[in-house]
Design a protein. Structure first.
Ligand SMILES: Cc1cc2nc3c(=O)[nH]c(=O)nc-3n(C[C@H](O)[C@H](O)[C@H](O)COP(=O)(O)OP(=O)(O)OC[C@H]3O[C@@H](n4cnc5c(N)ncnc54)[C@H](O)[C@@H]3O)c2cc1C
Length: 308
């Protein structure tokens, strides 16, 4: 069967389940840095629908990719030849877990989770409030800020294996390290996670979230589309990536519409009309120049999806 016939069949099957599918959806709409060509099929779905959707993709032999808010992601200009599933869960799907925790479906945003915690007087998610991603993306990346990481608050992660099995993993089994987890290579999909917090004063928690948000606004180029830090922190003993890039005189360097932010050299911003190829080329130039001048090889933090 031709690929387009398979897509038609899949669309019909999903329609019967009330799941809407978009064809040739520009992925630049679903990545915060706003680059990327079309996905053949694009589905926005709740985390609980993921096992069924993956089963369909597997039955028809279709490549698939699961994303959250696309805040650490750049899709290639050629797009993605397959099915992109974007997880979206409402804040009402957050479930309290006694005594001081929550069950968070993968498509809930960190901001929704942090806002719920402050309402309930639970502390521990303040660091995550300003990270513009979902729980799924944050577990995948072991996202972190201000000295805390997802691994510090997780007690369990529920995953869907490539064989369609649902597993419950302990944090140790997730093999978390700096901006890395086993999910970066395992092909497992995150369905949700349990977090443990601690009781706190709602006013103090809110003030801390506002203080950290203010710090982000002052230091980060939030007025431009970006995917956050373009590079990971270099190995211990080296200055942060932003300091190295700045020291090498690369602030403001442009390729097409992509630019090393003048405000924060760790960010690459889209000044308008940037392509994924611009972003890749700029990152390559920064890596080469930083290595030439300092000997440090920077590793990309942004994840790339689709053929170059
Ligand atoms: C302005 C700005 C500030 C940022 N600040 C920070 C920061 O302080 N700290 C930090 O760590 N990051 C930061 N980031 C990066 C980003 O927000 C985080 O990495 C975030 O956790 C990504 O979540 P997401 O839902 O957007 O994931 P996406 O970008 O959608 O996906 C990231 C990766 O995870 C995979 N993935 C997503 N969901 C799932 C799932 N359910 N199952 C399996 N795989 C999945 C995707 O396939 C992709 O490979 C920032 C980004 C921006 C734009």
């Amino acid at each position: 069967m031709e690929r387009h016939q398979v897509y038609e069949q899949l669309k019909n099957r999903l329609k019967q389940q009330g799941i809407s599918v978009r064809c040739l959806e520009p992925m630049s709409r679903h990545c915060t840095i706003q680059v990327g060509g079309p996905a053949d099929l694009f589905i926005a779905a709740a985390s609980c629908q993921l096992p069924f959707l993956i089963q369909c993709c597997r039955e028809w032999g279709l490549p698939y990719a699961v994303i959250g808010r696309g805040s650490n992601l750049a899709v290639s200009d050629q797009g993605f030849s397959g099915v992109v599933i974007r997880l979206l869960d409402g804040k009402e799907s957050i479930r309290p877990l006694a005594p001081d925790g929550y069950w968070l479906p993968a498509g809930v945003t960190l901001a929704q989770a942090a806002n719920r915690a402050v309402q309930d007087g639970l502390s521990g998610l303040e660091f995550a409030h300003g990270i513009p991603g979902t729980v799924g993306g944050a577990v995948f990346m072991n996202a972190g800020a201000y000295g805390s990481e997802m691994k510090d608050i997780l007690t369990q992660v529920q995953v869907l294996t490539p064989d369609g099995e649902v597993l419950h993993l302990s944090p140790v089994e997730c093999a978390f390290s700096y901006r890395h987890s086993r999910f970066c290579t395992s092909g497992e999909l995150i369905l949700g996670a349990a977090v443990r917090l601690r009781p706190g004063d709602p006013t103090a928690i809110r003030e801390e979230m506002q203080r950290l948000w203010q710090q982000r606004r002052e230091k980060q180029p939030l007025e431009y589309p970006s995917a956050g830090s373009a590079f990971k922190r270099p190995p211990e003993g080296n200055p942060p990536a932003a300091a190295l890039i700045d020291r090498c005189g690369l602030k403001g360097l442009c390729v097409g519409g992509a630019q090393v932010s003048e405000k924060h050299a760790g960010f690459i911003i889209n000044r308008g009309g940037a392509t994924a190829a611009d972003l890749r080329e700029l990152m390559a130039q920064v890596r080469t120049e930083v290595q030439r001048q300092t000997g440090v090889l920077l590793e990309a933090e942004i994840r790339f999806l689709g053929e170059e």
